[in-house]
Design a protein around this ligand. Structure first.
Ligand SMILES: Cc1cc2nc3c(=O)[nH]c(=O)nc-3n(C[C@H](O)[C@H](O)[C@H](O)COP(=O)(O)OP(=O)(O)OC[C@H]3O[C@@H](n4cnc5c(N)ncnc54)[C@H](O)[C@@H]3O)c2cc1C
Length: 411
């Protein structure tokens, strides 16, 4: 039976997230946008303490075992929390400690021992961050086939060399806390995708250095960095997955990356929809203050153009949310979700860009001014159509999934 009721456990998490979003995020949203690279420690400390009290070290589920009764809901809960916290402030949500993209990769590709070893730090005294570094100066979308960062085995260690760019929360993971970054490197340059593996590089490892903090259009509370790896030595057991390369047939290496994206793309979708909802709510509030109420019950032909546009935005928002929930439900049920994950990401990326842009157009100068957060949300929106695979790349994945084509047949 399909139920559209929100489970009680999710409801509790949503109420807490709403309180945080309204009281800890919105009031300082502008401050952290205007002071790029300032770290929202109050929010971080509070989240660390409350997530720990709730039994976890972050928002990312850690492979919840099937309980005797009731469905698994961790990924769906994370979607709701993410949507609400991004409604509060998406840049700050990206500063949530524990369980970032790095943890998602460890969860997707690591052994139980590795999960315990790397993720336990998120439940420690201090907030700890993690990050995921796949993109390199010469390629992003073409990854992981084009990875040039190398990992060479030397006795009981791997030696990493290369450069990674645009790493979300890289500074928090390596400089501001005792965290880690999952670095994607090749153990065999000749083998292409088959040679690519994720490696966990912990904060303080010699040879791993943050070299640049980006200045960005949006999500300015979140740090995005470049990382250089120069003869960076890590223990042999920090490789996630098998160190063996079986050319052409071996898909295990990058399977981990793909599994990570199946888990994280719907999260980005949920985040995008939080910004879109914030915008739509503010748009309706400002219109109402100016005497424009939306008459939802009217036939479309009798509505004004603004009313029709608002109704269309509601449809876009809710349909994208249902796709996102489907992708997360499939994650919870351990069903393949590549199609729904990419679909939700495409749809939510489009929806947030359209709604934030149209809100500014409809409100005119009111939308453009810094008096309101609408112009900030417009700037925060676009990243959702870029990271975790651009809109174009996710459309390709959707097409391949539907048509049953391989990447060689459709690229
Ligand atoms: C703020 C921010 C944070 C980021 N965080 C991370 C992170 O934490 N970790 C990480 O590894 N990366 C991160 N990235 C990198 C991001 O994932 C890449 O920017 C993205 O994958 C695109 O890669 P690219 O920039 O090299 O663009 P390119 O791959 O060069 O693409 C350029 C354009 O061409 C299009 N294109 C490329 N190939 C095709 C194709 N086959 N068909 C149709 N169109 C195509 C793309 O859609 C895009 O519009 C981040 C980026 C930003 C801006």
């Amino acid at each position: 039976m399909i139920s559209f009721e929100m489970p009680e456990k999710i409801e509790h998490a949503v109420v807490l997230a709403e309180t945080i979003a309204e009281n800890m995020m919105r009031p300082v949203s502008r401050q952290f946008d205007e002071n790029e690279h300032e770290i929202p420690w109050d929010y971080i400390e509070f989240m660390h303490t409350s997530l720990k009290a709730m039994g976890g070290g972050g928002l990312t589920p850690s492979g919840e075992k099937k309980k005797k009764e009731g469905p698994r809901i961790s990924f769906q809960r994370m979607a709701f929390q993410t949507e609400v916290l991004s409604w509060g402030d998406v840049g700050m949500w990206l500063c949530t400690p524990g369980g970032g993209l790095g943890a998602a990769a460890v969860n997707a590709a690591g052994t139980d021992e590795q999960k315990a070893r790397f993720l336990a730090r998120h439940r420690g005294e201090k907030p700890v961050f993690d990050a995921f570094a796949l993109t390199e100066p010469h390629a992003g979308s073409a990854m992981p086939a084009e990875v040039r960062t190398t990992a060479v085995k030397d006795g009981e260690e791997w030696v990493l060399n290369g450069e990674k760019i645009f790493v979300t929360a890289g500074n928090k993971a390596l400089v501001d806390s005792e965290g880690f970054v999952v670095i994607w490197a090749t153990i065999d340059l000749e083998a292409g995708r088959a040679g690519v593996r994720p490696f966990v590089v912990e904060a303080g490892t010699p040879g791993c250095k943050v070299t640049k903090l980006e200045h960005k259009l949006g999500i300015r509370a979140s740090d995005t960095v470049s990382i250089i790896l120069e003869d960076c030595r890590i223990p042999s057991e920090n490789i996630l997955g098998s160190p063996e390369v079986v050319k052409k047939k071996d898909k295990k290496g990058f399977k981990g990356a793909m599994a990570t994206f199946d888990a994280t793309r719907p999260v980005v979708a949920a985040s995008a929809l939080g910004i879109a909802r914030a915008t739509l709510e503010k748009l309706k509030e400002l219109l109402a203050e100016r005497g424009v109420e939306i008459r939802y019950g009217l036939p479309r032909s009798r509505m004004t153009n603004i009313e029709r546009e608002i109704v269309d935005m509601e449809v876009m928002l809710r349909s994208a949310w249902l796709l996102t929930l489907k992708a997360m439900w499939q994650m919870d049920e351990k069903k393949p979700n590549t199609l729904a994950a990419s679909m939700s990401k495409v749809r939510a990326g489009d929806v947030v860009v359209k709604i934030t842009q149209r809100a500014i157009e409809l409100l005119g100068p009111l939308g453009y001014t810094r008096e309101f957060l609408l112009e900030k949300w417009f700037r925060d929106a676009k990243i959702n159509d870029l990271y975790e695979g651009t809109g174009q790349i996710n459309r390709l994945i959707v097409a391949r999934q539907i048509l049953g084509y391989t990447r060689h047949e459709l690229s």
